[in-house]
Structures are given as C-alpha cells and as structure tokens.
Design a protein around this ligand. Structure first.
Ligand SMILES: Cc1cc2nc3c(=O)[nH]c(=O)nc-3n(C[C@H](O)[C@H](O)[C@H](O)COP(=O)(O)OP(=O)(O)OC[C@H]3O[C@@H](n4cnc5c(N)ncnc54)[C@H](O)[C@@H]3O)c2cc1C
Length: 229
C-alpha cells in the first residue's frame, strides 16, 4: 500500500481521482481494520496534515472539522447534546480517540455511529470536489453511493435540539438500531439492513435482514417503537 501526504485539500481530491481504488486516511479505524474491504486498497491519501480538526462557533452555527474525533465531539459543550450522545454511545474509548466524524459519515455504514444524528440535524457539509469548494446538505451527500470529494466540515445550528436512541443487547454490544430525531426530521440506522431518514415513518423504507444483533422482525419492531414513550 502506498501512502500519499497531500499539502492541500485540492491535492488530496486530485490524488483520490487519479488513483483508482484509493481511500482517504483519517482516523484509519476502518481503512486499517483487519477484514475491512478498504484494508487492501492500492493507496491511501493521509489527510491528517490538513487543518480539518476542531470545533468552533461561527454565525450561530457549530462547525465541526472532518478530522475531529468522536471523543473530542463527546467532550465539547458547544456541540448539541444529541450529537454528542451519538459520538459517545456506541464506540469504545480506543475507537473514539481515533475515529473521525468525517470518516464515520463518509463510510455510510448501516450501523454508523453518528449517521442518524447528523442526518436528523440537517447538517450542512463543506466539501472539496474536483470542481472546487461546495456546500451540500448531509442528505444530499449521503444519497450518493460513492463520492470522491473530501469532506472538510459539518455545520449544525447551535441551538438544534433532538433526541438520540440506541438499542443493543448491552452497552458494549453492537447496536441493533440507532435513531435520532430533531425538528421533525427522523433518521434510523439498522444493523445489517439499511438507513432511512425523513418523516417519522421512514423506518418502514428499510429492508430488514437478520444478523448477529437480531432477526429482521425484531429490528423492524425496535425501529417502529424506538421513539415511543
Ligand atoms: C472493532 C471495530 C468496530 C467498529 N464498529 C463500528 C460500528 O459499529 N459502527 C460504525 O459506524 N463504524 C464502526 N467501525 C468503523 C470505524 O471505526 C468508524 O466508522 C470510524 O468512525 C471511521 O472513521 P475513521 O476516521 O477511522 O475513518 P478511516 O478509516 O480513516 O476512513 C474510512 C473511510 O472514510 C473515508 N473518509 C475519511 N475521512 C474522509 C473525509 N474527510 N472526507 C471524505 N471521505 C473520508 C475514507 O476514504 C474511507 O473510505 C468499527 C471499527 C472497528 C475497528
């Protein structure tokens, strides 16, 4: 595996387009994970030298750099509470110390730690693509199956409130269902099955499947009641 260290976001995106099968290296917890489909990739573009970390308040919004770790998000009082919970609830301390919000969202895993909270918060992503700097809603970015753009930051209304829920067999078990709601936007992530977001009933759009966290019927039931009560 070759490792590239770009000096700018533009250079990173250029490399990502030029090298087929490459990946960005952020926290590396997926790219370097044993058994990951990315572990055997041709080349990685290490973005850790780029100034993409940190959390700041700007014009009534909270801007979270793509390289900010889950642990930093968990510890920031600037970040809306339900987003902090999503950074904390699922991952171990070791993972939280390395894993980044950018890597987590870009992966689009159906058990994505922060994915439901980011979607429900209607975050706006600042991204660098081959045509230059752009802003995209989280929903728009997420809708594209593969995107070679580099996510630079996530911007969220500083007063955004919401609720985050997670159901797993134990606090350290892989979550069967995680979900978030905020200002009437609902997002559901169901292990081994899929992610849906939109209105309260959007959980119905998921194709439920059996996996180690439970049967399809069990997870469908969990998703249907997760915000009841
Ligand atoms: C034991 C173990 C259990 C795990 N369980 C879960 C789980 O339950 N849920 C879950 O969601 N994840 C899980 N993961 C995977 C991983 O830890 C997280 O998804 C993590 O948040 C990925 O972030 P990272 O910074 O480490 O990404 P990396 O591994 O560095 O990169 C992952 C992907 O994101 C892309 N990427 C990274 N940064 C950017 C960016 N700024 N812009 C665009 N693309 C980018 C890369 O190209 C790559 O494709 C697990 C990993 C391990 C080792």
């Amino acid at each position: 595996m070759r490792i590239y260290r770009p000096e700018s976001a533009e250079e990173a995106v250029k490399l990502r387009h030029e090298i087929e099968g490459s990946a960005y290296l952020a926290g590396g917890t997926e790219v370097m994970r044993l058994g990951s489909s990315l572990a055997g990739c041709e080349a990685v573009i290490d973005i850790n030298g780029l100034p993409l970390s940190g959390i700041r308040e700007e014009d009534g919004r909270i801007v979270i750099g793509a390289l900010t770790t889950l642990e930093e998000i968990r510890n920031s009082l600037l970040v809306p509470e339900f987003i902090r919970q999503s950074a904390y609830a699922d991952a171990s301390l070791q993972l939280r110390n390395a894993a980044t919000i950018g890597g987590n969202f870009a992966l689009r895993r159906n058990d994505g730690y922060m994915v439901p909270a980011i979607l429900a918060s209607e975050a706006v992503l600042s991204i660098m693509c081959s045509k230059g700097l752009k802003e995209k809603s989280a929903a728009e970015y997420f809708g594209k199956k593969e995107c070679r753009a580099l996510v630079l930051s996530f911007s969220i209304d500083k007063d955004r409130t919401g609720r985050y829920e997670r159901i797993a067999r134990s606090s350290h078990s892989h979550a069967a269902v995680t979900a978030a709601k905020s200002n009437g936007v609902y997002a559901y992530a169901v292990s081994g099955s899929g992610i849906a977001f939109g209105d309260e009933d959007s959980w119905k759009d998921i194709q439920y499947a059996d996996d180690l966290t439970g049967s399809a019927d069990y997870k469908r039931y969990l998703a249907s009641v997760i915000f009841r009560g």
